[in-house]
Design a protein around this ligand. Structure first.
Ligand SMILES: [Zn+2]
Length: 139
C-alpha cells in the first residue's frame, strides 16, 4: 500500500493530564492531594500494597494472590513529583522522536508521489491495473 504516513498523536497534553490519566477512579481525591503537593502512587493507588503478580493463576488471575508491599513507592503510597516528572519527560521525548520519524516519512512519501502517475499508485495499492486506465500523469 502506498499510503500517506499516519501523523502521531500526543497522548498527554501536559504533566497534570499525564499524571491524572494513570488513575481510573477517585480522581477528585487524587486532585485534592496533588494540590497539596502529594502525588499518590499510581501502581497501588495509594493503598501501599499490590497483588503479587508472581501468584497469577491461569484461570483465576490474581483473585487469590496475596498482597505484597508496592515496589514503586516502597509501601509509602506516594511518589516523588520528580519521578513522575521524569516519566513525563520520557513520554514527551518519545513523542518528539515519533514526530521526527513522521516528518521523514512524509517527505519521502511526497517525493515518491510526485514521481508516480495515478496508474502506478493504483498498481502499488491494488496489484492490478486501474479499471479506467489513463496514461497521463495527473499529479
Ligand atoms: Zn505504590
Amino acid at each position: 500500500m502506498f499510503d500517506r504516513p499516519d501523523k502521531p498523536t500526543r497522548s498527554y497534553k501536559n504533566f497534570r493530564h499525564f499524571y491524572l490519566n494513570r488513575f481510573f477512579s477517585n480522581k477528585d481525591i487524587i486532585i485534592e492531594k496533588m494540590e497539596k503537593g502529594i502525588y499518590v502512587c499510581f501502581c497501588c493507588n495509594g493503598h501501599k500494597k499490590v497483588k503479587d503478580h508472581t501468584q497469577r493463576d491461569v484461570y483465576e488471575g490474581l483473585k487469590y494472590a496475596d498482597y505484597i508491599t508496592c515496589e514503586s513507592c516502597n509501601g509509602t503510597g506516594e511518589l516523588p513529583k520528580s519521578l513522575i516528572m521524569e516519566l513525563y519527560k520520557e513520554e514527551v521525548e518519545d513523542f518528539k522522536a515519533k514526530v521526527e520519524i513522521y516528518r521523514k516519512k512524509l517527505a519521502l512519501y511526497k517525493s515518491i508521489k510526485k514521481k508516480l502517475t495515478d496508474e502506478e499508485i493504483y498498481y502499488i495499492d491494488y496489484g492490478r491495473l486501474q479499471p479506467d486506465s489513463k496514461t497521463s500523469n495527473s499529479n
